[in-house]
Design a binder for this molecule. Structure first.
Ligand code: PMP
Length: 303
């Protein structure tokens, strides 16, 4: 349930009831996918409600706006203030926050908008350890070519690729797709970054052809602090045949263990993998060591 009769959202420069937030069916963003967004999480911590890496998320939103020529009328600080007010007004602490910057201009011509609108909503997102392993398949769809679109920006239109790839993987009985880049190297999931493990080290795609996840960067930092070597390098799907484990990372799902990739089933029990250790370390970090208790299993992924 995303909203009730009492939910407030931020739209048009003010907090209004969710049911009253509307946009035109002629809005350019709706027709062309030319909008940018973020997926952010707040946690109930020892120090009260804290939004994890809020500055990084809003800096990425500002970057996404610049990369797509969408004007952004708010500073990182203003976005931060609106977010905390939104959480407070809705009495939320463990929550998912979705800011969207879209172009309300009519779609009659294909051009960069002269102004933008900010929509921000939040809803409860429980505390849980993800204990469901995911079965991946290499997608026949590639991630978008970075020479066609700014792939490091979180652009709404890019998610047509994500939805198509994810749906195709599910139609073949898998849980999720693993997409390659334009050169055939492993890139990322439709809404998450990918790591594999081998010989006590972690490997993940380098920046350039992926969305550089804030969770990905946090995991790399945590791993290095734990003395685990991390290599950001290109690798082919065939390389994964000798991997001993793998996991996905993202704000919504945190760290999700991978059971298999196509026919390759990981024999090492997930609990014995580096991914499981990092999942626990990540859960403790975001919750500032408090409230990191499993209350329900992960049931859905979000971008
Ligand atoms: N890749 C894609 C395509 C995504 O949509 C996401 C989710 N934002 C990620 C990676 C992970 O990014 P983050 O850790 O910042 O949520």
């Amino acid at each position: 349930m995303y909203f009730t009769n009492h939910t407030l959202v931020f739209h048009g420069g003010q907090f209004i009831p969710a049911e009253q937030a509307q946009c035109s069916l002629y809005a350019s963003s709706l027709h062309y996918g030319h909008a940018v967004f973020e997926g952010i999480r707040a946690y109930d911590t020892a120090n009260g409600t804290r939004v994890f890496k809020i500055k990084e998320h809003y800096e990425r939103l500002a970057y996404s706006c610049r990369a797509t020529s969408i004007p952004l009328a708010y500073s990182v600080q203003e976005l931060t203030d609106i977010t905390y007010q939104l959480l407070k007004k809705n009495n939320l602490s463990n929550a998912y926050i979705r800011p969207l910057v879209y172009a309300p201009d009519p779609m009659m011509s294909i051009k960069a908008p002269t102004s933008s609108s900010l929509f921000m909503a939040a809803w409860e997102w429980g505390n849980y350890f993800s204990n469901q392993l995911t079965r991946l398949t290499i997608s026949p769809y590639q991630r978008p070519n970075p020479k066609s679109v700014p792939i490091e920006a979180k652009v709404s239109g890019h998610y047509a690729n994500s939805i198509i790839a994810s749906h195709e993987a599910k139609s073949r009985g898998y849980d999720e797709a693993l997409l390659l880049d334009i050169n055939g190297y492993v890139a990322e999931g439709p809404g998450s970054n990918f790591f594999y493990e081998w010989d006590g080290a972690l490997y993940t795609a380098p920046a350039g052809n992926i969305l550089q996840g804030i969770t990905r960067n946090t995991i790399i930092e945590l791993a290095r602090n734990m003395g685990i070597p991390v290599f950001e390098e290109f690798f082919t799907p065939e390389t994964l045949h000798h991997a001993t484990g793998a996991f996905l990372t993202g704000t919504a799902a945190e760290v999700v263990g991978v059971a298999s990739i196509d026919d390759h089933v990981f024999e090492t029990p997930y609990e014995a993998t580096i991914g499981a250790r990092l999942a626990a370390a990540y859960a403790a970090l975001v919750r500032e060591e408090v409230g990191a208790r499993a209350t329900r299993p992960a049931v859905e992924h979000s971008a």
